[in-house]
Design a protein around this ligand. Structure first.
Ligand SMILES: Nc1ncnc2c1ncn2[C@@H]1O[C@H](COP(=O)(O)OP(=O)(O)OP(=O)(O)O)[C@@H](O)[C@H]1O
Ligand SMILES: Nc1nc2c(ncn2[C@@H]2O[C@H](COP(=O)(O)OP(=O)(O)O)[C@@H](O)[C@H]2O)c(=O)[nH]1
Length: 226
């Protein structure tokens, strides 16, 4: 059985999880699994968990742990043949513990970005709600202003990306993320990256994963030829 690579990426809203996950998926051929995308898929296909999740999201709340794990863990079970990077999950210690009992992680990437930078980025963040595609009017603007590159549909700004809402969101993030960070630190798999620019963080993540991923795959090749 070949050894696969399993990672999570954590960080406050606007820290670049989605942006960096896309780069990792592209460079290392991992599947990028986004909890937000899973939630949106379940809402549009009206599964029980999706219908329940929608009631919380409509109120601007996080989806409760038991709903999130019900929605996400079966999807991970379908991914047993693939290496993956999970973005947006776990957000709480209960989610981290549930994930831990279903699989072994190799790496937890933690993005540590200053508050002022987060505020500035989210002020310029525009999203395409049906797909979850994210743009930034300065850093990665759409080809045509206000429109999604793939579908040509309108982009929107999320209410909770406003600076006033963001401060409360960040405070909440810090409170719930701290035990998750400590959990991965204790397991010896936590890697924290601090900077104001994704383009400066990215080479360090690239180097880290280059040392981890080929090693795992070559071990797996040796094992499978024995
Ligand atoms: N792990 C999770 N636990 C609880 N709720 C979640 C989780 N992941 C996603 N959600 C719910 O789905 C919504 C959309 O998630 P998504 O990660 O796309 O966006 P977000 O909260 O704006 O995150 P960010 O600003 O960090 O990109 C969240 O606002 C939350 O209600
Ligand atoms: N100016 C600037 N914007 C960035 C940088 N990295 C990401 N962004 C933008 O900041 C916003 C938040 O990034 P995103 O990947 O959605 O973060 P997430 O909320 O952690 O998933 C998006 O609009 C990105 O395009 C950066 O280094 N500089």
């Amino acid at each position: 059985m070949s050894k696969l690579f399993r990672a999570v990426i954590m960080g406050p809203p606007g820290s670049g999880k989605g942006t960096i996950s896309e780069r990792i998926a592209h460079n290392f051929g991992l599947k990028h699994l986004s909890s937000g995308d899973f939630v949106r898929e379940n809402i549009s296909s009206k599964t029980d968990a999706g219908v329940l999740a929608k009631t919380y999201i409509n109120k601007g709340l996080l989806v409760p742990d038991h709903v999130m794990t019900r929605l996400l863990l079966p999807r991970l079970e379908e991914m047993t043949k693939y290496s993956w990077l999970l973005d947006g999950f776990p957000r709480t210690l209960a989610q981290a513990e549930a994930l831990n009992s279903s699989c072994d992680l190799d790496v937890a990437i933690n993005l540590n970005i200053p508050l002022e930078t987060l505020k500035e980025r989210l002020r310029h963040r525009w999203i395409h709600p049906p797909s979850g595609r994210v743009y930034n009017m300065c850093f990665n603007p759409p080809r045509i202003q206000g429109l999604d590159d793939i579908t040509g549909e309108a982009l929107i700004q999320q209410e909770d990306d406003r600076p006033e809402a963001l401060v409360a969101r960040l405070r909440h993030y810090k409170d719930v993320a701290k035990p998750v960070i400590d959990f991965y630190k204790a397991k010896g798999i936590l890697y924290t990256f601090s900077d104001t620019e994704t383009d400066r963080i990215w080479p360090n993540i690239n180097t880290l994963l280059s040392t981890k991923i080929p090693a795992i795959q070559s071990d797996a090749r040796c094992a499978s030829t024995r």
